[in-house]
Design a protein around this ligand. Structure first.
Ligand code: FO1
Length: 328
């Protein structure tokens, strides 16, 4: 289809909508989705990778459309029996989903890197896109809240994001290495854009950027790095982004998000509702409808992001410190 290749950095439900748009317009093998694994945890003795699985299921057309996570047409026998036995039931694992956790846990225990396991699952689910974890090393998002220190899923699912957030940290990130295959995707000669999907910047994108190799790889890539605003008219479409920004005493505005990515991005996509803010940004801006309800919405936004990237590439606009490979 001649779009060139694309690397998308994403969390779970929000970000993967745009990844799905890219999958729809990119040639087979041209899309690499690098996924946050700060949400991963061990539960009931199983290795759970929620954002990776949400990405796999969504791109494979197998996701539960109501929940956004887990499988469509799921059954819950395991959960019901676990509850009957008095087991932990706050984190719900459907029967089909359970197979993924069991198989991932078995292969990790044998020493296989997470990226190979996920790559194999992606192939078996028939994906044309490449899905890679941000790192094969464990990184765990820890949320310091008014209710104490919480691991990510305890904060997000068990406590329903209710406790006020004071700080967020990424345990293991300083010593983690970026996934080598993901870094290689950034070196492709046909790379058209690196896209920071409209995921929660503080919970879903920051864990990726906290890994030392990622920030520098993005800064030295020859392709434009473009972030898509996760806020529309001062609110997140879904999830706690705006709530967390208020708790962190940040102005709830796409300007705050764009500034958060300063030094990395060479362009920012604002929603039409926030068009008036465009002149206040110090990176090039593209204004677009960013609400993605239908598949057509997702593919249209993906196309607009690629056109924006291509215009930036032509104008040789680089993020601060960028090297400018391949410009003519
Ligand atoms: N989210 C929930 O709100 N409740 C759940 O019980 C739940 C279970 C679950 C199981 C597997 C999985 O891959 C994801 C699951 N999620 C659940 C979603 C997930 O934990 C969060 O949406 C993400 O971590 C945030 O991106």
């Amino acid at each position: 289809m001649g779009t060139g290749s694309v690397v998308a950095l994403s969390g779970g439900i929000g970000g993967v909508k745009l990844a799905l748009g890219f999958q729809g317009i990119c040639a087979p093998g041209a899309l690499t989705v690098v996924v946050n694994t700060g949400d991963d945890f061990e539960h009931l003795g199983l290795a759970i990778s929620p954002d990776v699985d949400t990405t796999l299921y969504t791109l494979a057309g197998l996701a539960n459309p109501q929940l956004g996570w887990g499988r469509d047409g799921e059954t819950w026998n395991f959960m019901a029996e676990l509850e009957r036995l008095g087991g932990e039931s706050w984190f719900r694992l459907g029967d089909k989903d359970l197979a993924v956790h069991v198989e991932r846990t078995r292969r990790l225990a044998k020493g296989e890197p997470l990226s190979e396991i996920i790559g194999d699952f992606a192939r078996r689910l028939g994906l044309a896109a490449r899905v890679l974890p941000m790192s094969n090393d464990p990184v765990r998002t820890i949320v310091e809240t008014a209710a104490g220190t919480l691991s990510f899923q305890h904060y997000f699912v068990r406590e329903r994001c209710e406790p006020a957030v004071a700080t967020i940290r990424f345990e293991g990130a300083p010593d983690a290495r970026a996934t080598p295959a993901a870094l290689q995707a950034l070196e492709r000669q046909d790379l058209a854009a690196i896209v920071i999907c409209p995921s929660n910047p503080y919970l879903s994108v920051d864990p990726i950027l906290a890994i030392p190799g990622w920030r520098s790889a993005l800064q030295s890539s020859g392709a434009p790095v473009i972030a898509v605003s996760p806020l529309i008219g001062g609110e997140a479409v879904k999830g706690p982004t705006a709530k967390i920004m208020r708790e962190l005493k940040l102005e709830v505005s796409p300007l705050t998000v764009a500034r958060h990515y300063a030094g990395i991005i060479g362009g920012f996509v604002l929603d039409e509702a926030d068009a008036a803010l465009a002149s206040r940004l110090d990176v090039p801006v593209h204004v677009a409808p960013t609400l993605m309800r239908t598949r057509a919405d997702k593919e249209r936004l993906a196309r607009e992001v690629l056109d924006f990237a291509s215009a930036l590439h032509g104008r040789s606009i680089r993020p601060h410190g960028g090297s400018g490979r391949g410009e003519s």
